[in-house]
Design a protein around this ligand. Structure first.
Ligand code: SAM
Length: 279
């Protein structure tokens, strides 16, 4: 297959710059540039968008995003061993790549990017869900991003798209589906990565909706859902007892039977319950 750019193959980049994968940083690299270009295309038409990439590592996905026409990529990488490799990509795409050597949890990306903004990343598993929850729960909506195209462990991807009544249904499903539309768009076996992780992975594409499917305050919804699923085998009247002394009345007014378990309650039910706590 044709090369996507004139830069060296990723195996050579890793050897030249001494970027042996570290488990502590969640490093499982994608070395097939045709695959990273394919993942970049799953983020949609990139030509008119700025892209936030968390954890570029040796730059496989970064190169895919740039080759697919991203207007600008802001890449935040914690591992300083990757900086010289990323500098070579910066030089090959003048003015289109900005690299920040930092922990992504400490950076406000909106200071560096212009709308429309898409997020695309092969996330480090140790901070992946924390970043996702942060991106999904800003106080105001729509958020700074139009879409998130993210690689997760397959089990996490399934929790994002899960429906009520299933074991995977919980806080991630509700927060992801409340104001967005998530879909699994690609499954990848462990061998797609170097080194190969123990489990399969999946790319999830999450599109921000213009407004929530059901009204609620992010902070309250998050709290109610966390409490409900923390003790997911308990009936809601006891799982949520700590939230308010009159929780049974609140559940009933939200149209939820107090004897139900969190797993059975659809998104609209949790939003209605969250509204009973409003101001
Ligand atoms: N994007 C590359 C690829 O697809 O081959 C690397 C993906 S690897 C799964 C995750 C990357 O995130 C690693 O390069 C790791 O160093 C970086 N990383 C880990 N924790 C981070 C953090 N808190 N902030 C920014 N980058 C982080």
């Amino acid at each position: 297959m044709a090369a996507i750019d004139n830069l060296p193959p990723l195996r050579d980049v890793i050897a030249t710059h001494g970027i042996a994968a570290r488990k502590s940083l969640g490093q499982n690299f994608l070395l097939d540039l045709n695959l990273t270009a394919k993942i970049a295309r799953m983020a949609g038409d990139l030509s008119g968008s700025d892209i936030l990439e968390v954890g570029p590592g040796p730059g496989g996905l970064t190169r895919g995003l740039l080759a697919e026409g991203a207007r600008k990529v802001l890449a935040i990488e914690k591992d300083d061993r990757c900086m010289s490799a990323l500098a070579e990509i910066e030089a090959a795409y003048p003015g289109r790549l900005q690299v920040i050597n930092a922990d992504a949890l400490d950076i406000n990306p909106t200071q560096y990017l212009n709308a429309p903004i898409k997020v695309a990343a092969n996330l480090p598993y140790n901070v992946g869900t924390e970043l996702l929850v942060r991106w999904l729960t800003p106080k105001n909506w729509p958020p700074f991003w139009d879409s998130l195209t993210l690689m997760f462990q397959r089990e996490v991807a399934q929790r994002i798209v899960a429906q009520p009544g299933s074991k995977a249904y919980g806080r991630l499903a509700i927060l992801s589906q409340w104001r967005s539309d998530p879909k699994i768009v690609l499954d990848l076996p462990p061998e797609a990565f170097t080194p190969a992780p123990k489990v399969s992975s999946a790319v999830v594409h999450i599109k921000a909706l213009p407004q929530a499917r059901s009204e609620a305050e992010a902070e309250i919804l998050n709290k109610v859902v966390a409490a409900g699923f923390n003790q997911r085998r308990k009936m809601l009247r006891s799982a949520l007892k700590g939230l308010a002394p009159d929780i049974e009345d609140r559940l009933l007014s939200a149209g939820i039977k107090p004897t139900e378990r969190a797993e059975q309650v659809p998104l609209e039910g949790f939003c209605a319950l969250a509204r009973t706590f409003k101001g």
